[in-house]
Design a protein around this ligand. Structure first.
Ligand code: AR6
Length: 167
């Protein structure tokens, strides 16, 4: 199942929320700042133990004071119109889906829900429509039946782009 919603991702009662982090994994602005504020200091403490994260890769932590159980921190590309940009953005979604799949299996769950923000399209400047196409392709390529995916849009523009692309 793939669904598009317009919401603040920090309010969602899903199993896993994905964070659009930076390589340090130590917090920042945008959705990263909102998640760290809501989750609290313990999240930062766990993130300090992770040793950062490469662009396109993903690492999982607990959710702490967020409504979700787990947070997957992934690092999108800073948009520069290079060939590596779409590959790295694709990998953010694909690797996050893979971590969600491992979480489902490790915990013997029947189903998990995961919510993605529009990675790289804020401070990192990725063109919104191109980013949405890549996000949808990576999630569809992942092809896990028992993972419910929410694309969480913060603004009307992203929301309309996703609705149009998923029609
Ligand atoms: N809920 C859902 N979406 C949100 C929220 C929220 N609470 N807040 C922002 N967005 P950005 P990036 C949307 O800038 O481009 C941080 O400093 C926002 O409207 O958060 O990947 C990190 O530490 C946009 O559509 O992430 C990095 O340094 C989307 O989330 C850098 O920003 C992503 O915007 C990462 O930049």
């Amino acid at each position: 199942m793939i669904k598009v919603i317009k919401e603040d991702i920090t309010n969602l009662d899903v199993d896993i929320v994905v964070n659009a982090a930076n390589k340090s994994l130590l917090g920042g602005g945008g959705v990263d700042g909102a998640i760290h504020r809501k989750a609290g200091r313990e999240l930062l403490e766990e993130c300090r133990t992770l040793g950062g994260c490469e662009t396109g890769k993903a690492k999982m932590t607990n959710g702490y004071n967020m409504p979700c159980k787990k947070i997957i921190h992934t690092v999108g590309p800073i948009y520069s119109n290079k060939e590596s940009d779409p590959v790295n953005l694709y990998n953010c979604y694909f690797n996050s889906m893979r971590l969600a799949w491992d979480y489902l299996n490790d915990n013997h769950l029947d189903k998990v829900s995961i919510a993605f923000p529009c990675i790289s399209t804020g401070i990192y400047g990725y063109p919104k429509k191109e980013a949405a196409k890549i996000a949808i392709k990576a999630v569809k390529d992942s092809n896990y039946d028992n993972i419910d995916v929410y694309f969480v849009c913060f603004g009307d523009e992203d929301y309309q782009i996703y609705l149009d692309l998923l029609q």
